[in-house]
Design a protein around this ligand. Structure first.
Ligand SMILES: [Zn+2]
Length: 85
């Protein structure tokens, strides 16, 4: 009988793995688009020069991570009075 056609039923692990790959690709694409916009002068990072995202290789993650993880003027006003380790 050839009643069972089409893709084999996916296991939960396979679905999770596929989802992780899709999310991973989305994150990388978001980072690349952000960098491309930055290079084109359409977007600029307001971080301080000492922010980790200014380092080569890490700038891909600049537009993926939330601003709270960066060092910039917004951080100063937010963490005023608090000891920043
Ligand atoms: Zn930064």
């Amino acid at each position: 009988m050839l009643g069972h056609q089409g893709p084999a039923p996916e296991t939960e692990e396979a679905v999770v793995g596929k989802l992780a790959r899709i999310i991973g690709a989305g994150v990388v694409i978001t980072g690349l688009v952000g960098l491309a916009l930055e290079r084109a002068g359409l977007r600029s990072c307001g971080c301080y020069p000492e922010c980790w995202c200014k380092r080569p290789g890490l700038n891909l993650f600049r537009w993926i991570t939330p601003p709270t993880l960066h060092r910039g003027p917004w951080r100063e006003s937010e963490a005023s009075g608090e000891a920043d380790l």
